[in-house]
Design a protein around this ligand. Structure first.
Ligand SMILES: [Zn+2]
Length: 258
């Protein structure tokens, strides 16, 4: 394999760069075809056809140490959280499932690392994500293991109820949705819609209370029947915000009409 020298995006050391996964390897668990060992890539861009790729979405971004020891620690946590038996069953609420005992630091740092990887990735599927000066802040948080406050670029998880089997096993690259006031970066993987509120302080956004909290609780918002059309429906966020937020003031702060 060709050696690629360059500057590691995380530690900034010049070194041999390895092909880093943008989405963690565990996210491809249900995506690989058992027959071909390839996986389906989907795009919301109609000019990008559905294709098969063999290696996952990877780019030369990080040194081996950063990929394996730093990002790898966060990826290991999400793999355990997703695939190993939960310690406690979630509490069921009308609009969400609430999980307890979530490792605040590791969940937060995983979510931030994924968003940061979208930012540093050069592939066409990641162009919509620009963290601006926060890229450097998040890079330092990832390096030092500082999870920061819960309302800093919080990530809201949603499980779309009637999503198609293809999508449940698929991965979509991030797209920008939301409003000027509350821009949202959304990607879909492992049957979960991952939505980052792209603000350094999202505490006034009513959705932020569903993100992982320092009390180690995290909600997965339950999607509605209307979401069955899947990825093309930008109303995923709108719809949930309306359902969950009886307070009209908060709703208008979230930026959506009635
Ligand atoms: Zn490095």
């Amino acid at each position: 394999m060709k050696t690629v020298m360059g500057t590691c995006a995380l530690c900034h050391q010049r070194c041999r760069l390895i092909q880093s996964h943008i989405f963690p390897e565990s996210f491809y668990k249900n995506v690989y075809s058992e027959e071909t060992h390839k996986f389906v890539t989907l795009s919301t861009n109609p000019t990008q056809p559905i294709g098969l790729e063999q290696l996952g979405i990877r780019e030369h971004l990080l040194c081996g140490q950063c990929d394996g020891k730093v990002i790898g620690k966060y990826d290991d946590y999400i793999a355990r959280w997703l695939y190993e038996e939960p310690v406690t069953l979630p509490d069921r609420y009308r609009y969400s499932l609430m999980f307890k005992g979530v490792n605040y630091a590791l969940m937060r740092l995983f979510q931030l690392s994924l968003l940061w990887r979208f930012h540093i990735a050069k592939g066409h599927g990641f162009r919509s994500v620009d963290l601006g000066t926060h890229s450097e802040t998040i890079r330092n948080m990832l390096l030092t293991g500082d999870a920061g406050t819960a309302n800093y670029f919080p990530c809201i998880l949603m499980h779309p109820k009637d999503i198609s089997p293809t999508l449940t096993g698929g991965i979509t690259c991030p797209v920008s949705i939301g409003t000027d006031q509350w821009p949202v970066c959304r990607a879909i993987a492992v049957g979960i819609v991952w939505m980052w509120i792209m603000r350094a302080d999202a505490s006034s956004n009513p959705m932020s209370e569903f993100a992982v909290s320092t009390e180690c609780q995290m909600h997965i918002v339950l999607g509605t029947d209307k979401i069955s059309d899947g990825i093309k429906n930008e109303f995923i966020v709108l719809d949930r915000a309306k359902d969950m937020q009886p307070n009209a003031d908060k709703l208008s702060k979230w930026g959506f009409g009635q």
